[in-house]
Design a binder for this molecule. Structure first.
Ligand code: FEO
Ligand code: CA
Ligand code: CA
Length: 650
């Protein structure tokens, strides 16, 4: 999710002051608006930058493999799915996950209860088969992020305007317990999935109590030191866990996103004031934790914000394992952290910084992944190179290394070591001249072609004179998806590359409306139905047949209908032709699309149902999924199967 609505206008306007500079650079390079428009036309002809049409993927045969009946447009209290499919609620906010965990008590939940129950506002999901390393599709670990809390949908009597008057210390602590991550064993019999309550794998990881180790260049850095952790190596908790990823060695990466809303205090001065400003840390505290807990008070613990905004690695198969904040991957508002094994078995981790005018990053490991040596992979993410994306005016894109001592990343600019570079990755990227993007959400590599899909959800604040080749619409109300094309080495994608081709995969909006300037799959979108075009793309995944599944966050605002899960081929004549498969209840976004290895179950995380103007705990716009008068709307994971047991999408 993006920022809280109350803070939307004031805070998510972008914190990047270097935008003007890069536009000036573009103008200098004689990139006129006319050239950009020509680029759009070229994209429409499918020949932009001379990229060949992708050949990989099993679905590139020309036949339409997505044969499900497309759904219509909806905006109502419940979900909708294509005919012939079943939607079952698997687990909801507050459901007990341990054998002795208490049942959910709406409006009265305590922190202790919440830490033994499924967390709030589910986002990223992964299905990790059991046993480890198998491709079992009937038993596995559902690994789920819990991103945020909305007091007015969590507690009776509260509204977005008044909650700060009423929030108690216990309620703040319940919020802390509700964020983080859940690991829950699930099992399938026939078409029916159930959670295995009491499984020894089941685990809550929270912002409140879970100890984490810090690894990489920021571990032990003076700017990571607090009174509770002078060494700067041990942090309690992870928060605002948005999207994430999995690693080839069977761990989970959870991404800490909107960290700016958690801290209270005066941000006008202090040694971290400039860094707070660059990261949007405003001190007003959407969350009121700083009232009761010193570590969330900026003037008591000025380094605490530096301890969030990281990617955290979790081993879901070892319930006793300590999560590790992998600081080599940089600190920003991480939407995601998705991995791709390169031609030489080094591993790339792609990540977007989800804010208007922020950047796309990748980390490349120094060492190689060893498929048969788990111990050798344990610290892979601690050594390597962090890069930021620059989309050049010559139609190429380059990955610029963020290495202390190189280029502007020296003491002359306040960087004394690599720890400073990763703690202030945004400022390092500014100095390197990275390209400001339209809110980077998911960034995922196709498992067969290696093409990297960069999802840019929207940026209605980009002005016409702020467009660049990769973000050609100002304003951009519908979002777009870029496809980066890594070079092939011996037929395998080189994810370590520093220079790539790229093209547009989708420019969202209605292709029938010329004002939208939409494009689907590199053509004018004529094949996309009136129910198939999208806005506000957020997370994506690929099914076992190599097709892309795209879920949205914001269609209700930008297009007037509920957020939807779409599917499309990535190659062939129906490349990029999205088709609506599932629509969410009103006020929700759809997150975490995840398939079982056999492609016969699709899990979707339905986040914040009923989150819209005027909707509160007492008077919600929907009570999905329970529809009971004493039960508020609850975020929940649904399992979608085909009634006849067939593949999802058929
Ligand atoms: Fe939490 Fe960028 O969505
Ligand atoms: Ca979003
Ligand atoms: Ca998101």
């Amino acid at each position: 999710m993006e920022n809280m609505p109350e803070l939307e206008d004031s805070d998510d306007v972008g914190c990047n002051p270097s935008t003007e500079l890069s536009i000036a650079a573009l103008i200098e390079a004689r990139l006129s608006r006319r050239t950009v428009l020509k680029g759009m036309v070229a994209a429409g002809a499918g020949v932009l930058f001379g990229c060949p049409a992708p050949q990989g993927g099993k679905s590139g045969t020309g036949a339409n493999s997505l044969t499900f009946t497309e759904i219509g447009r909806f905006l109502d209290e419940t979900h909708h799915v294509a005919p012939g499919y079943e939607v079952a609620t698997l687990i909801r906010w507050g459901d007990p996950i341990h054998a002795d965990a208490p049942e959910f008590r709406p409006g009265k939940q305590t922190a202790g209860e919440q830490e033994r129950q499924f967390g709030a506002n589910n986002d990223f999901m992964a299905f990790m088969p059991l046993p480890r390393g198998s491709t079992n599709s009937t038993r596995g670990l559902l690994c789920v992020n819990h991103e945020l809390d909305q007091p007015h949908l969590m507690w009776p009597g509260m509204s977005p305007q008044n909650y700060a008057e009423f929030m108690t210390r216990e309620q703040c602590e319940t919020e802390m317990a509700s964020q983080g991550h859940s690991i829950v064993e699930i099992a399938r019999k026939g078409n029916a999935w159930r959670i295995v309550r009491g499984s020894p794998y089941n685990r809550r990881i929270s912002a409140r109590s879970t100890a984490m180790r810090v690894a990489g260049p920021a571990a032990g850095h003076p700017r990571m030191s607090t009174r509770a952790d002078v060494s700067g190596t041990r942090i309690i908790g992870t928060l605002n866990n948005c999207a994430g990823g999995t690693t080839p060695w069977g761990t989970i990466l959870t991404a800490e996103e909107n960290i700016q809303n958690y801290f209270t205090g005066d941000v006008s001065n202090g040694r971290e004031a400039a860094a707070w400003k660059r990261y949007g840390v405003h001190g007003r505290g959407y969350y009121l934790w700083g009232r009761h807990f010193d570590r969330f008070h900026l003037n008591k613990e000025p380094n605490e914000p530096n301890r969030f905004g990281w990617v955290v690695e979790i081993d879901p198969y070892d319930p006793k394992s300590t999560p590790v904040k992998r600081t080599a991957l940089g600190r920003f508002k991480h939407e995601c952290a998705t991995t791709a094994v390169s031609h030489d078995r080094r591993v790339a981790v792609y990540s977007g910084d989800d804010e208007r005018m922020e950047y796309v990053y990748k980390f490349v490991t120094r060492d190689r992944y060893h498929p048969n040596n788990a111990a050798a992979n344990r610290e892979l993410l601690d050594n390597g190179t962090l890069y930021v994306a620059k989309f050049e005016t010559d139609g190429r894109m380059r990955w610029l290394p963020l290495i202390y001592g190189q280029g502007p990343l020296t003491s002359a600019n306040g960087f004394e070591n690599q720890g400073d570079v990763v703690i202030e990755a945004r400022r390092a990227a500014d100095l390197m001249g990275a390209t400001p993007m339209d809110r980077p959400e998911d960034v995922e590599a196709h498992p067969e072609t290696g093409r990297v899909y960069v999802v840019l959800t929207y940026n209605e604040q980009r002005k016409p004179d702020q467009v660049n080749l990769a973000n050609p619409r100002g304003p951009n109300k519908h979002g777009h998806i870029i496809e980066i094309v890594p070079p092939l080495v011996n037929g395998k994608p080189d994810h370590t590359c520093t220079e790539c081709a790229w093209e547009f995969f989708i420019l969202g909006g209605d292709p029938r409306n010329p004002e939208h300037r939409a494009s689907y799959g590199g053509n004018n979108g004529a094949a996309v139905s009136a129910n198939g075009w999208l806005a506000a793309p957020d997370n994506v995944t690929f099914d076992p047949q190599g097709r892309i599944w795209i879920v949205t966050d914001g269609q209700q605002d930008w297009a007037g209908f509920a957020d939807t899960a779409y599917a499309a081929e990535v190659s062939g004549p129906r490349r990029g032709v999205t088709r609506g498969f599932f629509a969410s209840p009103r006020g929700a976004e759809i997150c975490g699309p995840a398939f079982t290895p056999d492609g016969k179950t699709l899990f979707l995380a339905i986040q914040h149902p009923g989150d819209e103007q005027g909707s509160t705990y007492d008077h919600p716009s929907t009570r999905w999924p329970d529809f009971k008068p004493d039960m508020p709307p609850r975020s929940a994971v649904v399992a979608i199967t085909k009634t006849d047991g067939g593949d999802i999408g058929s």
